[in-house]
Design a protein around this ligand. Structure first.
Ligand code: P6P
Length: 345
């Protein structure tokens, strides 16, 4: 009988990775795990409770909020407020950062950025959705947490993870020492280690992009899509197109099987659609820790300057050789290359 290791046991065991830590990060990850279990309970019965459909409100992105978006947001914020290890939360669902003023939290060491329910437009059609979280050490003085604490570069993340509410519910996270996946066992209400030391293959045969926007894609993206579709047995092409429309679900599949996910600049999203702080940076940290690569087509995601809370970015993320090939094609059409060609170099 294989021994079961719960998320809590694993976190305590890995505590030793942080010799100077006094357990705050461990407790923070535990708090997130608790909220994930509560959200999972509602997501799994969304069709039964009066929790499907629209909340009738809009978020700062101008996107209609689903009842489950609002519910998930409330649960994660509440868990973080009660846990005492986080002094401020930045959420996709809130225009401004939420300061946690309680005595036990206001000087806490960590801030958390979160997309409480990513892909929520898929809920009503029973397609996988997810939570994405990113954890930074507070850099401002005690009691003065503010935007600078959450506008840090992705390289400064202390931890990042996601929860995928799919055919099973999993929590996948990194603290900078590899990536581990835990599957929720509903019979005991615990996340159990099911995918130790996750690693994304260097190559894959899956490309994930919304080809409906093809006519609006940059030329380098069009060139890469055609590259994926051309027959070449030596490089296992044509690749397979797989696009769920839920970033967490698409990236989780590609993390396990290998592949590339691209959300480039488009006419409808001239700065990209996905948010840097609570979608691109945490997923980039995880994928890099699993041996993959993440860029905006030209520059490493984790090194991008972060200037606004809801800032958007293009993202090319997944198997490192696939991302490198896509970047190579983007470079053929970079403004600098076009200028050189134009000037006849
Ligand atoms: P599109 C979901 O709304 C989301 O933020 C990501 O989870 C997903 O990858 C993307 O947007 C899908 O966007 O424009 O292809 O529907």
């Amino acid at each position: 009988m294989k021994a079961v290791k719960t998320l809590g046991q694993f976190i305590i065991e890995k505590q030793a990775d942080f010799p100077y830590a006094k357990g705050e990060l461990s407790r923070l990850l535990r708090d997130i795990g608790i909220a994930a279990k509560i959200v999972n309970r509602e997501v799994n019965k969304a069709g039964l409770a009066d929790i499907l459909g629209d909340a009738g409100t809009m978020n700062i992105q101008g996107e209609g909020q689903k009842k489950l978006d609002v519910y998930a947001n409330e649960q994660f914020i509440s868990a973080l407020q009660c846990g005492g290890e986080c002094c401020m939360v930045a959420s996709e669902e809130n225009d401004e950062c939420i300061h946690i003023e309680s005595e036990i939290s206001k000087n806490a060491k960590y801030v958390v950025a979160i997309d409480p329910l990513d892909g929520s437009s898929n809920i009503d059609v029973n397609v996988g959705v997810g939570t994405i979280f990113s954890i930074y050490r507070r850099i401002s003085p005690d009691g003065k947490a503010g935007l600078p604490d959450v506008l840090q570069r992705g390289t400064e993340q202390v931890a990042a993870g996601y929860v995928i509410y799919g055919s099973s519910t999993m929590m996948v996270y990194t603290t900078g020492k590899g990536v581990n996946g835990f599957t929720l066992d509903p019979s005991i209400g615990e996340f159990c280690l099911s995918h130790p030391n996750m690693s994304i293959p260097d190559d894959g045969v899956i490309y994930s992009i919304n080809e409906g926007y093809y006519s609006h894609f940059p030329d380098g993206v069009k060139k890469y899509i055609k590259y994926c579709q051309v027959e070449d047995t030596k490089t296992n092409r044509p690749y397979t197109s797989r696009y769920i429309g839920s970033m967490v679900a698409d990236l989780h599949r590609n993390l396990i099987k290998g592949g590339i996910f691209i959300y480039p600049l488009t006419a409808a999203a001239p700065n990209g659609k996905l948010r840097l702080v609570y979608e691109c940076n945490p997923m980039a940290f995880i994928i890099e820790q699993a041996g993959g690569k993440a860029s905006n087509g030209h520059n490493r995601i984790l090194e991008l300057d972060v200037t606004e809370l809801h800032q958007r970015s293009a993202i090319f993320i997944g198997s490192k050789n696939m991302v490198a090939k896509a970047e190579e094609m983007m470079a053929c059409f970079s403004p600098q290359r076009i200028k050189k060609n134009f000037e006849g170099e």
